[in-house]
Design a protein around this ligand. Structure first.
Ligand code: 5GP
Length: 205
């Protein structure tokens, strides 16, 4: 039985990585796809944990070798999802969560039709502004650019299957958990288990 992909995106500052981390802590057998990137690691980021950090030339070579199911240029750096790793995790029956941008999400869906695209939104414009501001002591101009970028990004939610507001982290996590866990009990994923347990051949209607 094959696992399923859950792609999570959202504008900068929406709290995506916290949501993803909490999902990984709370859901059993949920794998995470560690992306490749050409950007430099930030403080506290570890190679092979947060990303696989590679040189731009190495990344470009991997593109030529068709190593990525999708890749995109985000904020002047390249980011990509390894096809081999995804296929390996899914063939072990693991559901996999991906934290990638909206360009990547659409490309993953093209390749894996069954994947679920989940978009995380801030609950209001004011809160989006506050969260972007809360990241540091950036100049007004920088903040405005970031805000406009976030609004453009939010328009991409039309491509997603599920839209989750992150007003309160626990609630957002709970909603995404429901999506993932309800998929696990779908007939298409459970029939083979029933056949095995009860030793009866079953064919879906
Ligand atoms: P950051 O550099 O802040 O970790 O990530 C910047 C953006 O790149 C985020 O929106 C993140 O979701 C996105 N990103 C991370 N990994 C990938 C990937 O493998 N593919 C794509 N398309 N976007 C990614």
């Amino acid at each position: 039985m094959s696992g399923r992909l859950y792609v999570i995106s959202g504008p900068s500052g929406v709290g995506k990585s916290t949501v993803v981390q909490q999902l990984r802590n709370e859901i059993k057998d949920l794998a995470y796809s560690i992306s490749y990137t050409s950007r430099e690691p930030r403080e506290n980021e570890m190679d092979g944990v947060h990303y696989h950090f590679v040189k731009r030339e190495t990344f470009e070579k991997m593109i030529e070798e068709k190593a990525f199911v999708e890749w995109a240029e985000v904020y002047d750096a390249l980011y990509g999802t390894s096809l081999d790793v995804l296929q390996d995790q899914m063939s072990q029956g693991l559901d996999v969560v991906l934290d990638i941008d909206s360009q990547g999400a659409v490309n993953v869906k093209k390749h894996f039709e069954e994947s679920r695209l989940i978009y995380i939104l801030p609950p209001s414009l004011d809160i989006l502004g506050e969260r972007l501001r809360g990241r540091g002591t950036d100049a007004e101009e920088v903040l405005r650019t970031r805000f406009e970028k976030a609004l453009r990004e939010i328009k991409r939610c039309v491509d997603y299957d599920y839209l989750v507001f992150n007003e309160e982290i626990d609630r957002a996590v709970k909603e995404i958990k429901c999506i993932i866990l309800s998929d696990r009990v779908r007939r298409s994923r459970r029939l083979s288990m029933v056949e095995k347990i009860f030793n009866i051949p079953l064919s879906p209607k």
